[in-house]
Design a protein around this ligand. Structure first.
Ligand code: MRU
Length: 366
């Protein structure tokens, strides 16, 4: 996708593969800075500190992290230690484990001297597949949006389609296109009038900082709202659909995504607003069925709740304390939306009911 008219991906190889380049997402939207990651430890740190974030991009960074480790030391012990280090960085997004297992299983049978090159090739394949899957999600989601736009009463057909999204499931969260935002970009580029309500997404404000940044770069009309505004907007008919991404989807269609997603799904259900979840196959965890009971929810630093980052007028980006001295914070980073609240899953293979049967119909035998 474009920044100042120049196409970017979120991750790329540098120096013939000696290092990987990424955009430092902790500094957006106020500063656009790229970073080079040259070691396993730097890749692991980039994931934990959310220099890179979003389930698919975490997976890709993990895959390249294994490559970096194997370039330094291709032994069995190094491979096992790198896998464990990277896999422990963020526990909720299953894309990380999926990508690490894929690279490990590809390189482990090889002679040590062949492993780094094989890891680079496998990570590169994951990258290209991610782009293709996200673009396919965009095309399928666009068809849904077109149906929604046409189904509106005649007096509302001249208005843009109003879509609400939570967190950032855009191109910054993937390699390119995004998951939940891909249909929005496709709609905008196809000439379908669309407007996005962007949940700010406390505590880290991925909506206000990253989704708004992305949409602005692509010229998509959008409005940032506080996380608590969605229910009110839905009650007043100002949301035609909700679309979000996911960090892990169980085989029965439960969806784990950024904290606060569940509340949006409840409000959508209560107001008859369709609630769509966009995901590539790499986000499905076939090993579990009950999302609430079985998905590990990352607990991040309470400081993300008790403080907030911003940029004073005319000043430099900074962080300030929000709460009284001594008040504690609690920071579960994700929640689970049960399948019964999800209108449909939009995957690269098609649109399916959020159920075991729905997912099986798309993926059985693959
Ligand atoms: O904590 P983050 O910023 O990594 O959380 C990201 C999300 O919750 C996204 O919605 C999810 O990873 C899907 S990304 C296509």
């Amino acid at each position: 996708m474009n920044i100042d008219g120049r196409p970017w991906r979120t991750i790329w190889l540098e120096e013939g593969g000696r290092s990987i380049g990424v955009i430092d997402q902790t500094l957006l939207p106020h500063r656009f800075v790229t970073r080079s990651l040259t070691t396993l430890e730097q890749a692991a740190e980039a994931i934990s500190t959310m220099v890179v974030r979003g389930a698919p991009l975490i997976g890709v960074t993990g895959a390249y992290g294994l490559m970096l480790a194997l370039q330094d030391d291709p032994s069995d012990a190094s491979l096992a230690a790198a896998f464990a280090r990277l896999n422990a960085t963020r526990p909720t997004a299953v894309n990380l484990r999926w990508a690490l297992e894929r690279v490990r299983d590809r390189v482990a049978p090889l002679a040590p001297e062949q492993r780094a090159a094989a890891a680079r090739a496998e990570a590169g394949a994951i990258v290209e597949e991610d782009v293709a899957m996200c673009e396919a999600i965009g095309d399928l989601g666009l068809a849904l949006f077109q149906q929604l736009a046409e189904a509106r009463p005649p007096e509302r057909r001249g208005e843009p389609l109003n879509v609400l999204t939570h967190c950032n499931a855009g191109w910054l969260a993937t390699v390119d296109w995004g998951t939940a935002l891909a249909p929005i970009y496709k709609a905008h580029r196809s000439g379908l009038a669309i407007h996005v309500w962007v949940d700010e997404t406390r505590p880290r404000n991925q909506g206000a900082s990253l989704t708004a940044f992305e949409l602005g770069c692509e010229g998509v009309p959008h409005t940032v709202i506080v996380d608590n505004a969605g229910g009110h907007l839905m009650q007043h008919g100002r949301v035609d659909a909700v679309i979000v991404g996911t960090d892990r989807t169980t085989r029965s269609g439960d969806v784990c995504n950024k904290i606060g997603t569940y509340l949006k799904a409840l409000a959508a259900h209560d107001n008859g607003v369709p609630f769509y979840v966009a995901l590539p196959a790499s986000t499905i965890d076939w090993t579990i069925a009950d999302g609430v009971a079985e998905i590990p929810i990352e607990a991040r630093s309470p400081e993300e709740v008790t403080r907030i980052a911003g940029k004073p007028a005319g000043g430099e980006p900074t962080s300030v304390q929000l709460v009284p001295d001594g008040s504690e914070g609690f920071n579960p980073a994700f929640d689970v939306t049960p399948a019964r609240l999800v209108t449909a899953l939009i995957t690269e293979r098609g649109v399916a009911p959020a159920s075991e049967e729905g997912l099986q119909a798309l993926y059985a035998g693959s």
